[in-house]
Design a protein around this ligand. Structure first.
Ligand code: CO8
Length: 259
């Protein structure tokens, strides 16, 4: 039986991890399913956004399956880590605009899954952390790299080395999440934001801006700024600026659906 579900809505899809009895812990099958869903959505031109959440009211995802890891030798650990990275990279590297709806615990690989998304919105009961060092292991699905890039090295090290569970209000304060809302309001809030994002903006402009932000983090500021100038000029060879700028002049809503 599938351990994840995918619901397609207007322009976006909701991927839910369906293993609440194990707090939605990630085993190999779940990683494979998530990767498969992302690939399917990549090939569906009607879908531009991806929301990831966990079933139940207690957990987004409590991490990699600890039971599965207990007997690993180094080779098996590498296979599992590579599989996790492949899945997280598929999310981060796809053109899908992604939001993690964190509905409870997001620990270890669960937080790393949320970190592979563009944005994170958490419920008030959410607890986030990288408790791996308490298990004698390290974050292995991208946490050491993505968390430090998001909140800076000092806060990332505090979270990684202490294993502390970060509550929602602190997560908001340090920029780990974009918003905190009541649990009942979580999906409506995330869907509303996704609807705004996928609604009336220029899809090509969004794709390029998103790529500039992500790729800019991997290069010197001067190179990123130069890329921005190039992309800004190149976009004027496209249809979208004409639609958007003329609509503003004519005091109309832009219609990018045919661009
Ligand atoms: N893996 C497997 N099962 C889990 C996991 C998990 N990560 N987390 C919870 N479960 C299971 C529990 O075993 C329990 O099952 P059962 O009812 O059969 O005993 C069920 O979910 C409910 O959990 P609890 O009874 O423990 O619920 P509590 O409310 O008491 O506690 C906690 C909730 C605090 C979230 C607690 O479950 C916990 O600490 N879980 C582990 C969290 C954790 O350490 N996560 C990090 C795992 S390591 C990791 O993610 C590394 C990623 C990189 C891997 C690289 C590969 C090489």
């Amino acid at each position: 039986m599938a351990l994840t579900s995918l619901e397609k809505k207007n322009q976006y899809a909701i991927l839910t991890i369906q293993r609440p009895e194990a707090l939605n812990a990630l085993n190999e099958d779940i990683l494979t399913e998530i990767h498969g869903h992302v690939e399917e959505l990549n090939s569906d031109s009607s879908i531009r956004g991806l929301i990831i959440t966990g079933a139940g009211e207690k957990a987004f995802c409590a991490g990699a399956d600890i039971g599965q890891m207990a007997s690993f030798n180094p080779e098996q650990a590498e296979v599992f880590a590579r599989k996790g990275h492949k899945t997280m990279n598929a999310i981060a590297g796809s053109d899908l605009i992604s939001i993690a709806a964190i509905n409870g615990f997001a620990l270890g690989g669960g937080l790393e899954l949320a970190l592979s998304c563009d944005m994170r919105i958490a419920s008030e009961n959410a607890r986030m952390g990288l408790p791996e060092t308490g298990l004698g292991i390290i974050p292995g699905f991208g946490g050491t790299q993505r968390l430090a890039r998001l909140v800076g090295p000092a806060l990332a090290l505090e979270i990684i080395l202490s294993g502390t569970q970060v509550k929602s209000d602190r997560a908001l304060q340090i920029g780990l999440v974009n918003q905190v809302v009541e649990l009942a309001e979580l999906l409506p809030t995330v869907e509303k934001l996704m609807g705004t994002i996928t609604g009336k903006k220029g899809p090509e402009a969004q794709k390029i801006a998103r790529w500039l932000v992500h790729s800019g983090l991997e290069q010197p500021l001067s190179a990123g700024l130069e890329r921005e100038i190039n992309e800004f000029s190149q976009i004027f060879s496209r249809e979208e600026p004409r639609i958007g700028l003329n609509a503003f002049k004519e005091k109309k809503e832009p219609d990018f659906s045919g661009s």
